[in-house]
Design a protein around this ligand. Structure first.
Ligand SMILES: NC(=O)c1ccc[n+]([C@@H]2O[C@H](COP(=O)([O-])OP(=O)(O)OC[C@H]3O[C@@H](n4cnc5c(N)ncnc54)[C@H](OP(=O)(O)O)[C@@H]3O)[C@@H](O)[C@H]2O)c1
Length: 319
């Protein structure tokens, strides 16, 4: 099968359009004919082997695992292992396969059925592939501190990106008053997906904003701990999903009950089924910026690394 492989650490130049063996499903595995894959910042972190601590998992000098990137996939089941109980050949599925070694930048992927759920009928393969990592991250970030914050003031930093576009919609559906932060060209987009108020960070310095928020989801990671403290209402909470440096790795309790936490979660079927419900009822939908064919995944990665994507970047796999 055709796949995009990476056998050394580096920039997008390490990605190669290659022929590799098509895997065979055993036990609880299913073989998926991949129709679409979304790429995420986690893919270029693995590609570059940064932050360096990540190499403890992927290989110190070169990637010994994760040699085909791509966590978010959607496609059709074409073969099943002998112990598979949830899917049949022909089922349309989507899921986050990070916990099973990545592998989405390929024509086929072999993965445990635990990574997958049935694709909603009202969603294209591209729209489904856009969902798992970004929507699950937004979901976990916003739910991290429980539901008592719903209906209150929520700030989404990075509101126009993959995580941010889902976070704005999820917060909006919980009757929060949502403020999104983005640059000028994305103000209308962020408003259109449900933000009550939009801060254009090119015109207004967030550090000087005098509003206070009950919940912040930071999908950029460019704010200092002092900024968080200034922006949080007493008792407010901040979930950091963007990696802004080592200081953000520390869980910090601040005065007045304000708390900051890194979002750290493992994708699972139970949460993906909740996200699926939100998609089926139209509460959330994917914002897709660009699509590229599999052979041009390197160009897609170059674009994603600019951190200017509006919603998701998709790789399609038309045969
Ligand atoms: N902890 C986890 O489990 C987890 C999971 C997923 C992602 N993440 C992290 O979360 C972050 C966001 O991921 P993503 O998929 O949303 O990335 P993304 O789609 O690449 O984000 C791109 C967006 O970021 C916005 N942006 C860039 N600089 C900004 C700034 N200074 N202020 C506000 N917005 C800014 C851009 O909007 P403008 O062009 O308008 O600036 C663009 O729309 C990444 O750091 C990623 O590694 C963490």
């Amino acid at each position: 099968m055709k796949a995009i492989t990476n056998y050394s650490y580096g920039g997008p130049e390490v990605l190669t359009y290659s022929d590799i063996e098509t895997p065979i499903p055993v036990g609880r595995e299913v073989l998926i004919d991949i129709h679409a894959t979304a790429i995420n910042p986690l893919d270029w972190h693995v590609m570059r082997g940064t932050p360096y601590f990540m190499r403890l998992m992927t290989g110190i000098l070169r990637p010994k695992k994760f040699n085909v990137l791509g966590a978010d996939i959607s496609g059709k089941v074409i073969e099943i292992g002998s112990e598979v109980t949830q899917f049949e050949v022909g089922d349309e599925v989507f899921g986050d396969i990070f916990n099973f070694g990545l592998g989405g930048l390929a024509e086929y992927a072999c993965v445990s059925e635990e990574a997958l759920v049935h694709k909603p009928a009202n969603l294209s393969f591209e729209a489904a592939a856009a969902v798992p990592v970004a929507a699950l991250t937004a979901w976990h970030g916003l739910r991290k501190f429980g539901t008592e914050k719903w209906g209150k003031k929520v700030l989404i930093n990075g509101a126009s990106g993959g995580v941010g576009t889902f976070a704005v919609q999820i917060a909006n559906s919980c009757r929060a008053h949502v403020t999104g932060v983005c640059s000028t060209r994305n103000v209308e987009l962020v408003r259109s997906i449900g933000a009550d108020h939009v801060i254009d960070y090119t015109q207004n310095d967030l550090a000087e904003n005098e509003e206070e928020y009950d919940l912040i989801l930071d999908a950029v990671g460019n704010l200092s701990l002092r900024d968080y403290k200034n922006l949080l209402a007493p008792g407010g909470h901040c979930a950091v999903v963007g990696f802004g440096g080592m200081e953000h790795l520390i869980k910090v309790g601040l005065f007045g009950g304000r708390r900051i936490k890194m979002v750290d979660f493992k994708a699972n079927q139970e949460d993906l089924l909740k996200i699926k419900e939100l998609l089926e009822t139209g509460i959330i939908s994917s914002v897709i910026d660009r699509t590229y064919p599999l052979a041009e995944a390197r160009e897609a990665m170059i674009y994603l690394e600019t951190s200017r994507a509006r919603g998701k970047v998709i790789i399609t796999n038309k045969k």
